[in-house]
Design a protein around this ligand. Structure first.
Ligand code: NAD
Ligand code: UGA
Length: 455
């Protein structure tokens, strides 16, 4: 099938590459010429395991192309995916300017029937706005081409995006009930048929429910994390180990093991913004989502939990202290720094006078870029962040080690070496990577999240 993907970011690029892999003819459009140039030069603008090989293979086979040419992209696909960003607006609601610009682009260039698929995460009612924007653009040209807007939210996780897309738990398709909606449904059904593997994974529903499903899923996952973080903080007070508790409750199949890891807060481009956007949607409907408001507040608090433990152990004034920081990306296996907990943690340590020597296996270039923006008006603070290309190099002469992201490379360090390098042999672990007693055996003080230690 001929597919156009509007927006070649994390979701658009993975969607395009995976749809090409199963034999479709894919055209990826982006307004950012830098991204398109990188892709056309054989590179990949993001770090995502398996993506580079997938793109290279499909480019070589002529099944995927990248361009900034809007007219050509709209002409190409019978199915037009909208996969542009929906960042938070100032009030927390989803900013739909990119989605509506994509819709207008489709309406401005289409000449025949198109299925328009909203893959971006968008508030309930957005498909109707996309439809109106396309209609308006068509009317201004005096063209009467038909189309239908389908909601097909994406559930992939960064760092496992290719696998999640290729082996989805479910595929949610929201379609209109009318004849065009049914025609669209048949096309999208055909497109996704190869992903059903051994049983049907596609869930058909109305457009609004599909849009809502995406927010409900992210809100539920964020809720589990904040719930566990709150319990972890209590476990610290009462002398319980949240890791034992996690195993104890996760073994109940009604609860399950996933997304019960406490830590230094959830980050990324989705949970924070989607929780906020759903709260705003409720607001607009004169409702309160009390639980989600608490989920967000707990997460804001949790992003400072490591700093509080550091201050409690090392004192309020961190002037002249140096911290080795392992992990900057919001989670392992990605270079994404959007809403990464490392940002507020490092900002607070710098504000208290500390300096930072950081290492991340893949996100250091991106970290340099975002920290330069975060501290654009504080050159003195920015100058106190430096980067090293190996985790062990961050340790020499540091006052303590702070772990923010659970990269595999950090899971089994040489603790004797860590102890020898640190001025104060102490680890503040925001991802509960180690068994507290075995770290203690090496003569290192260890502060995790909810592991019942004193700080
Ligand atoms: P992103 O910022 O990585 O990519 C968006 C791309 O769209 C950018 O490259 C941007 O230049 C491009 N763009 C903006 N306006 C455009 C236009 N008019 N025409 C063509 N290109 C345009 O964003 P992302 O992380 O891929 O997220 C996209 C959407 O998918 C969001 O709504 C997000 O919530 C949702 N989502 C993201 C993930 C994820 O893991 N990142 C997972 C599921 C859903
Ligand atoms: C999340 C969802 O998992 C995806 O299903 C969804 O498609 C995506 O958002 C989206 O809508 O964009 P992602 O943000 O890539 O995916 O990463 P997650 O693995 O969900 O992690 C998000 C944050 O939660 C990370 O900071 C991670 O460290 C944190 N987390 C995760 C915990 O603190 N504890 C856990 O148990 C799990």
């Amino acid at each position: 099938m001929k597919i156009t993907i509007i927006g070649t970011g994390y979701v658009g690029l993975v969607t395009g590459a995976c749809l090409a892999e199963i034999g479709n003819d894919v055209f990826c459009l982006d307004v950012d010429p830098r991204k398109i140039d990188i892709l056309n030069a054989g590179g990949v603008p993001i770090h995502e395991p398996g993506l580079q090989e997938l793109i290279a293979r499909n480019r070589a086979a002529g099944r995927i192309q990248f361009s900034t040419d809007v007219a050509a992209s709209v002409a190409h696909g019978d199915i037009q995916f909208i996969a542009v960003g929906t960042p938070p607006d100032e009030d927390g609601s989803a900013d739909l300017q990119y989605v509506l610009a994509a819709a207008r682009a489709i309406g401005t260039h289409m000449t025949g029937f198109k299925v328009v698929v909203d893959k971006s995460t968008v508030p309930v009612g957005t498909a109707a706005r996309v439809q109106a924007a396309i209609r308006e653009a068509l009317a201004s040209r005096g063209v009467a081409a038909s189309f239908s807007v389908v909601s097909n939210p994406e559930f992939l996780k960064e760092g496992a995006a290719v696998d999640d897309f290729m082996r989805p738990d479910r595929i949610v398709i929201g379609c209109d009930d009318d004849a065009l909606g049914q025609k669209a449904r048949e096309l999208v059904k055909r497109l996704y048929a190869p992903f059903n593997r051994n049983h049907e994974r596609t869930l058909y529903m109305d457009v609004r429910s599909a849009e809502f499903t995406k927010y409900a899923a992210n809100a539920m996952l964020a809720t589990r994390i904040s719930f566990m973080n709150e319990l972890a903080n209590l476990a610290d007070c009462v002398g319980a180990d949240i890791e034992a508790v996690r195993r104890g409750i996760g073994s109940d199949p009604r609860i399950g093991y996933d997304f019960l890891y406490s830590g230094c807060g959830y980050g990324g481009s989705c949970f924070p913004k989607d929780v906020q956007a759903l709260i705003r949607t409720a607001d607009e409907n004169a409702q309160r989502l009390h639980i989600l408001e608490a989920v967000e507040a707990v997460n804001e608090n949790q992003k400072q939990i490591l700093v509080r433990k550091i201050v409690k152990r090392l004192g309020d004034d961190l002037g002249g202290k140096r911290f080795a920081v392992w992990g900057l990306a919001f989670k392992p296996n990605t270079d994404d720094m959007r809403a990464a907990p490392s940002r507020p943690i490092i900002a607070e340590l710098l504000a208290r006078g500390a300096s930072i020597v950081a290492h991340d296996p893949v996100s250091m270039d991106e970290a340099r870029r975002v920290f330069a923006l975060d501290f654009a008006d504080q050159p003195d603070a920015l100058a106190r962040i430096s980067y090293v290309d190996e985790p062990r190099k961050a340790l020499a002469g540091a006052d303590a080690l702070v772990i923010v992201t659970e990269w595999k490379a950090f899971k089994s360090p040489d603790f004797a070496y860590v102890k020898a390098q640190l001025k104060t042999p102490v680890i503040f672990d925001g991802r509960n990577l180690y068994d507290p007693s075995s770290v203690a055996e090496h003569g290192i003080e260890y502060f995790g999240i909810g592991r019942s230690e004193s700080a």
